[in-house]
Design a protein around this ligand. Structure first.
Ligand code: BG6
Length: 516
């Protein structure tokens, strides 16, 4: 539930966090730093242990050293914080497919329960490749590690991807639900942990100002962009199995869409929020055939070039990427939310790697006034429509674009802005989005985690696109230059409706880059 947890919540109750994939990138870059941040926010349990399960690291000291190096180098965790945190780390070496690993884990958990008072509460975190999710959960079940005994709880956090299409998502859900209850299953999407994402709810439902205009009568179109400047950066092996639609659009961008379009939940407790998010996705009709897919989507792959003056190799030249790869590094969709509030309003979504600017942003464009009293505006900045812009990251701002009078003689007008900068308000900018979600899982609050039906509804929309794309070789690949806004086909998606992607001018773009 979105609350100011970082500021004034109590520490979580006793527990052990077990991370499968302890020497992986996710653990090093995000999970361990998030746990360290929770420690410094005084939200980590007093009775706490972290167990890392990795194939080759047999000694606690080696695991502590490896994670410590990463914490210093990648996340600038202060030495004193790390010294305090590392005492909680224990290693359990072994293969995920070896039952012996789970027997050793069981012994270790029993020992930690006694020595550290973790009360039999265990949060398992599957930071593994997706093909290990089902086998690990099954093995946990077989080893009796998911049994909740003597008042202790057992929960499992699963990282995306939750399947690769509707059929595999259903199969994964079936495998998980064979050993776990829904309330033990925490499917994480770190976008829901971001302050600026949770603030969308507060902005919409904690203020009376905009909500009356939040519908098809006043809003012309909504654009959601999740743009990255980095390429796939050595993750070629994974990315070849994913692509931009599976990796980012179908989950993170859909979350933003659901939050911006949902009805007010009746409560933030229990399933209130997830019910409403689910209804938005359910109101998006999947494309019926490949003609519809190609009319409402765009895909791209970057060639070699430069981003911000830095050379970047073509996607097809990346390690572990096929030289004729057809995997998209850019994806855009034009969707409609077919309900009473939104019918006829286009939602344009796009994401991509190696683009001009790192920016996650939602632009809500309002309709024009019924009468153009002031013409098109002759001031230095053309006024354009009213816009509400949510900069999610790295800028964290909300900006309103409106028309103002250009000072001086005559009634000339131009675009002026009102800004709110979230960073002036945020007490602790260190959080990476995982803190609040891991804390939620520790206290048993699954409001901000995906539910089975949400996952399947999202795949229902994405699967026809994936199928149509797979069936047609993208002969135009590679079709965009690094440092650009993506392929021209993504612009055409909007131009056909008389729209354009809104991007900030050079000054704001520079400011955004400066804050990365
Ligand atoms: C991850 C994707 O889920 O999200 C990455 O696997 C992507 O490819 C990342 O870079 C984006 O997250 P953020 O928080 O950096 O916008």
């Amino acid at each position: 539930m979105p609350r100011r947890k970082m500021a004034n919540e109590p520490a979580a109750g006793p527990c052990t966090v077990v991370i499968f994939g302890a020497s992986g990138d996710l653990t090093k870059r995000l999970l361990v730093p998030a746990l360290c941040h929770l420690q410094s926010f005084r939200l980590l349990p007093r009775n706490f242990a972290m167990v890392g399960v990795a194939r080759s690291i047999t000694k606690d000291a080696s695991l502590r050293a490896e994670l410590g190096k990463a914490a210093r180098e990648l996340s600038e965790i202060p030495v004193a914080d790390w010294k305090k945190f590392q005492r909680n780390i224990f290693s359990c070496a072994g293969d995920f497919d070896d039952p012996e690993t789970f027997r050793r884990l069981s012994d270790l958990l029993a020992r930690l329960e006694k020595e550290r008072g973790t009360a039999g509460n265990v949060l398992f975190y599957l930071a593994t490749p997706a093909n290990a999710f089902a086998p690990v959960v099954e093995a946990l079940g077989k080893a009796g590690l998911l049994q909740e005994e003597k008042g202790g709880w057992r929960r499992v956090i699963v990282e995306k991807p939750f399947g690769r299409d509707l059929a595999s998502a259903k199969e994964l859900n079936r495998q998980l639900s064979a050993v776990l209850r829904e309330d033990q299953t925490y499917r994480i999407d770190h976008y829901l942990g971001k302050e600026t994402v949770q603030n969308l709810l507060v902005f919409r439902f904690g203020n009376a100002l905009f909500e009356p205009a939040w519908n098809r009568n006043y809003i012309d179109n909504i654009q959601i962009t999740l743009a990255e400047t980095l390429g796939v950066e050595g993750r070629g092996k994974f990315y070849e199995t994913a692509g931009a639609l599976r990796d980012v659009l179908e989950n993170h961008v859909f979350v933003l869409l659901a939050l911006i379009a949902m009805e007010p939940p009746t409560s933030l407790q229990g399933d209130g929020l997830r019910n409403e998010m689910g209804k938005v996705l359910a109101a998006i009709h999947p494309f019926r055939n490949s003609k519809a897919v190609f009319a409402h989507s765009a895909r791209g792959q970057y060639r070699a070039g430069k981003v911000d003056g830095k050379k970047i190799a073509a996607y097809r030249a990346e390690k572990n990427v096929a030289r004729d790869s057809e995997v998209e590094t850019f994806a855009a969709l034009r969707l409609e939310v077919d309900n009473w509030r939104w019918a006829g309003v286009p939602f344009y979504l796009r994401t991509g790697k190696a683009l001009a600017q790192r920016a996650t942003r939602i632009v809500v464009e309002f309709k024009t006034t019924p009468l153009m009293l002031f013409g098109c505006g002759e001031g230095p900045v053309p006024p354009g429509p009213n816009r509400l812009i949510f900069d999610i990251q790295p800028q964290q701002a909300i900006t309103v674009h409106f028309r103002g009078k250009t000072p001086g003689a005559g009634m000339h007008t131009e675009r002026v802005t009102m800004d709110f900068d979230y960073r002036e308000f945020q007490k602790d900018p260190r959080a990476n989005g995982y803190e609040t979600l891991i804390y939620d899982a520790m206290i048993g609050d699954n409001t901000l985690f995906h539910r089975t039906d949400l996952v399947e509804t999202a795949w229902r929309i994405a699967t026809p696109v994936l199928k149509a794309w797979a069936a047609k070789t993208p002969r135009e690949f590679p079709n965009y230059a690094p440092g650009s806004e993506g392929p021209a086909s993504a612009d055409k998606l909007l131009l056909r409706d008389g729209h354009r992607w809104w991007t900030p001018g050079p000054q704001r773009a520079r400011a955004a880059r400066g804050s990365e």
